[in-house]
Every structure is written in C-alpha cells, then in structure tokens.
Design a protein around this ligand. Structure first.
Ligand SMILES: Cc1cc2nc3c(=O)[nH]c(=O)nc-3n(C[C@H](O)[C@H](O)[C@H](O)COP(=O)(O)O)c2cc1C
Length: 220
C-alpha cells in the first residue's frame, strides 16, 4: 500500500514537513506486516495553477470526465494520487487559512472528483483515509479565539465528501525561524516559543506519528 503526504509549505525542512515526515514514519512503522510505501510531495515544486473552470472534467462523454484536463507537472501527480491508499495533507497557516499553493492544488484534486449530480457524489477511484496537519504561529487559545477552525473546515468538508473525513491536527506556537535574533519579530516571544518547541513539538511529532500509523489497515 502507498501513503502520500502533501506538503503545502514552501519550506521542505521546517514545521509542516517535519510533522508530515513523522506521520509517514508512523505509517511505515504500522505497516510492519504489510509493507507501506510512502512519498512526500512538495506542492511548491510545481508551477501549477488552480482550477481554470474549463469544465472538461464535467463534459458528458468527454475524454477527461472526472479528471483534471490541465496538462502540467501536477497531472501525473493527480493520477498517482487517484490510486493512493491514504493522503496526509499539511499546511502552514497563512492569513488564517491554508497556503495559496495548496489551495490551488486541492482545487485540482477535488473539483474533478466531485460529480455535479444531485448528490454531488464522489467520483474518486478509491475512498481512502485522509488527514490534515496544520502548523501555525498562534497559540491554541488564540487559534480557538480567532476561530481558525471554521475557515479550515471548508476544505475539510470537501475532502470528506470526496475521500473520507480527515483526521485533524493543529500544531500551534511553532518556531518560525531558526534564529530570531536576525529578524525583527516583536509580536512573539522567542523565549516562550523556545520553551514550547522543546516541550510541545516532540509531542506534536508523536501525535503526527500516531495519525500516520492510524491510516494503515483502516478503511476510509
Ligand atoms: C505569509 C505568512 C502568513 C502567515 N499567517 C499566519 C496566520 O495567519 N496565523 C498564524 O498563526 N501563523 C501565520 N504564519 C506563520 C506560519 O503559519 C507558521 O510559522 C508555520 O508553522 C510555518 O510552517 P513551515 O515551518 O512549515 O513553513 C504566517 C506565515 C507567513 C509566511
């Protein structure tokens, strides 16, 4: 079986990617009896657009019915994801939402798979387990107070419709840069973040690991 992680951060070695790698490690470990292959896809490696509303994926009898018709570097990725056994999405929070690049990626992945029938039924080749890992600067209390979850819930709703209800993880109060002394960052306390990183981030890694493990051997 194959589990994919989709990294919606431009950074390949920072918070989001680290947690996604932990989740994939969890999936591989859980698959001891039945080998699990894993792969991380960095959306910023692709020069893709979002949906361009060509509606080819809805054209009756069309060659691209149920598929995205745009032929770019994302096309083979979307094709491989159709046969995945699980997808773990990850994004830093940008302006209370997911990154624009990941949003565009999800438009291309989800819209062709959503039939315009009366039930908006799923055309996905497979129902598969999914997860969404978010990383952000704010504390958990600030995230709740600013109601980040309502906005993030919109894409989670469509992922559920197409594939399955995603397991959700919020990693808060992340360390944004490796050396705070080099930047003007007054709105966050580096000292508090350092403490949080030392105590909480290892727990976040464990949680991501468990989420990855939970995706193996379960149906959507
Ligand atoms: C353009 C931009 C916008 C951001 N907006 C928010 C925000 O609205 N709320 C928040 O908590 N963090 C925000 N952040 C911080 C990132 O979400 C946070 O540092 C994240 O953990 C970075 O993930 P990465 O290390 O995987 O790149 C923003 C960062 C950038 C660069």
């Amino acid at each position: 079986m194959k589990i994919f992680a989709i990294n919606g951060s431009p950074r390949k070695n920072m918070n989001t990617a680290t947690l996604l790698e932990a989740a994939l490690e969890g999936a591989r470990t859980a698959g001891e009896k039945r080998p699990v292959e894993t792969e991380i896809i960095h959306v910023y490696d692709h020069d893709h657009k979002g949906c361009v509303s060509c509606l080819e994926c809805k054209r009756l009898g069309g060659a691209n019915y149920g598929k995205c018709a745009i032929k770019d570097s994302l096309a083979p990725v979307l094709e491989r994801l159709a046969d995945a056994d699980g997808i773990i999405f990850g994004s830093p929070i940008y302006f209370h939402g997911i990154t624009g690049k990941l949003h565009s990626f999800l438009e291309r992945l989800l819209f062709p798979n959503a039939a315009y029938d009366v039930d908006y039924s799923s055309l996905a080749r497979k129902k598969m387990p999914t997860a969404f890992i978010y990383t952000m600067n704010v504390t958990k209390e600030q995230m709740i107070e600013s109601d980040y979850q309502s906005g993030l819930g919109h894409m989670e709703f469509f992922i559920e419709r197409i594939f399955s209800k995603p397991r959700i993880m919020h990693a808060c109060n992340t360390y944004q840069v490796k050396n705070y002394s080099k930047y003007k960052i007054e709105c966050f306390s580096e000292r508090e973040k350092a403490i949080h990183r030392e105590r909480q981030f290892p727990l976040d890694r464990e949680k991501a690991f468990s989420i990855g493990a939970s995706m193996v051997g379960t149906d959507a």
